[in-house]
Design a protein around this ligand. Structure first.
Ligand SMILES: [Zn+2]
Length: 96
């Protein structure tokens, strides 16, 4: 069984609709073929999206996960508390 045949059967392999002979042949091929292992990995990850589209999806999703810019709500809260404490001590100081 060559790569094209394996990739053609992988969808039914994932859905457990492939025959026992097909499953044996695929698993035998996956042992020796890194390319088809990656194809299977992509297919399992997002079964309804072809591999090519999935790669594009990762590229468009990536900036969202790596995006960490500006000041978040917790930074504002910490700054606010710090400022309040500072004002409180200044108040105590002048109050004597
Ligand atoms: Zn292969």
């Amino acid at each position: 069984m060559n790569c094209e045949e394996v990739k053609a059967i992988i969808p039914s392999y994932i859905n457990h609709t492939a025959s026992e002979a097909q499953v044996d042949a695929i698993e035998e091929h996956l042992c020796v073929c890194n390319d088809c292992r990656q194809f299977l990995g992509h297919a399992i990850d997002k079964p309804h999206i072809p591999v090519k589209e999935k790669v594009e999806a990762i590229q468009t999703e990536a900036p969202i996960t790596t995006k960490k810019q500006g000041i978040g709500i917790w930074e504002y809260i910490v700054l606010g508390i710090g400022f309040a404490v500072l004002v409180f001590f200044i108040y105590l100081f002048f109050k004597g």
